[in-house]
Write a protein that binds this ligand. Sequence first.
Ligand code: EPZ
Length: 420
Amino acid sequence: MEKLVIDGGKILRGEVDINGAKNAAVAILPAAVLASNGKCLIENIPDIEDVHCLERILTDLGCKINKIDRNTLEVDATTIQRVDACTEDVRRMRASYYFIGALLSRFKEARVELPGGCPIGVRPIDQHIKGFEALGAKVSIEHGAVRVQAEELKGANIFFDVVSVGATINVMIAATLAEGTTSLENVAKEPHVVDVANFLNSMGADIKGAGTDIIRIKGVESLKGCNYSVIPDQIEASTFMIAAAATKGNILIKNVIPKHLESISAKLIEMGVKIEEGDDTVRVYVDEPLKGVNIKTAPYPGFPTDIQQPMSTLLSSVSGRSIITETIWESRHKHIDELKKMGADIKVEGRTAIIDGVKRLTGAIVKATDLRAGAAMVIAGLIAEGVTEIHSIEHIDRGYPHIENKFKDLGASICRKEVE
Ligand code: EPZ
């Protein structure tokens, strides 16, 4: 077990490179199972624990994985031997549910253990199941696993009851080899949804409309290997934007798509943060006192739920009252108790956090209650007076590649240590 130890109060300055998007990569790797001919060479894959988990699951299914370098994987799914994914790795992570859609699409059957993931609220998969059934699959839950089977898959019109990233991607994957045309409505429009569609199209799929209200998928006979590069991670980029603002620093954040960061940039600008956009960079700096703002999370292009926790740290340290309303997950304020140990003045009422900015946070022993909560605690440690120890950092390692090295390069005093 490891912990992060941060001696706070350093102003962050310099440049940081953003990795490939976790939530795109964790769908693209299972989707690579669809290539019945040729290999997929996938670049810009983040070097994170969730990806390592998926590599093990793919290997267990019989795929050959060739790690070209830290961020490039070659996946050969022509050698696949099994359609059941029921290991500890499958249970540990959320994105393992994409194997249901991928195996169903290619083999017309699958058995995949129910997924785990961050403890941020009830995480149903009823919309995934609704989509698979509409395509003609029989779905049952047996002994903690989802079992799907179909004689054949046929295109269908599917209107999702809620906007779900996972269901949109999973049913899109399942429909790529279905006979005829599928249309998906009330879909998620996140950049990673578009990235997965682009990946599938590179493999020979016929998907149009990803990123808009309706996705249309014309079924094709088979998919083949391709070369692909994952988009930059909008949440990792946003985390560094917030860290720059919180430490009153000046950071050039490189390898980003500024358009994907607009809702975050808009809120930071409203607070008084300065942002300069380049073609694939954003510079973030502070030259005046910042003020509190109100935030309501929403599906893309709204303010992402995945960045509200790091924002709560920043808002704790600026003058005035801020209100964060979380509309996607019902338990995404668990980190607030940890922030309070550091002196934050926050009241949680249901899904709303009412934050009154304090003059300073002070170092304490805290834990990462989930992935983005972990990022919130790292930023708190960076701005706090004195030393902060963050425990349970396995949550952070699931989604942020080498977080301590990136912050160290920006001037932070941060290191990873074994827990005694
Ligand atoms: C994805 O989770 C992300 N995870 C989450 O990021 C992110 O918070 C979330 O999308 C929203 O943007 C991955 O991509 C692996 P949803 P997902 O299906 O797909 C309800 C992070 O920090 N819902 O879009 O599981 C659900 O309860 C992680 O990187 C149903 O009711 O989320 C929620 O209220 C945490 N039925 C809402 O929809 C369903 O069948 C959105 O969930 C599916 C979802």
